[in-house]
Each structure stands twice: as structure tokens, then as C-alpha cells.
Design a protein around this ligand. Sequence first.
Ligand code: ZN
Length: 81
Amino acid sequence: MQVGSSHAEWFGDESIARRQSSMVESVLSAVLLAAILVASWFLTDRFARWMYRRCEKCGTLNAKRRLQCRNCSHPFAGSSP
Ligand SMILES: [Zn+2]
């Protein structure tokens, strides 16, 4: 029976290294996913700030072109061109 040597080859350093590299890959993909999430959140936030204004009175988001709040009719100052 010569199972011992081949067994050591199968579960030797190569297997451990492969497991570590796959772990590094999964960590990298998790970091990449987090970066994508943060970037999309940042872009959405910038876009919302660019497109909408928040009512000072009730906090409702209104389109920039609106002259008054759609919820409480609070007038927006300085929106007229
Ligand atoms: Zn309002």
C-alpha cells in the first residue's frame, strides 16, 4: 500500500495555498462589492441633492423646479430665476 505519499501530495502545501488564495479572492470580491455599494450610494446621494430640495419645514423631498412644498405648501425662497 503506497497511499501515504499520494495522500500527502493531495493535502499538502499546494492545497493550503490554493485555499488561501481563494480566501484572498473572496475578501477582494467583498471589498470590491463594498466599494461598488459605497460608490452607488454616493452617486445616488449626489443625484438626489442635485435634482431635489428638502423642505425646511416638513423634510419632504421636492423637485428643484417646484416653487413650494408638495406636502405643506411651504414656499421655497430663491428658486425663481
Ligand atoms: Zn414641506
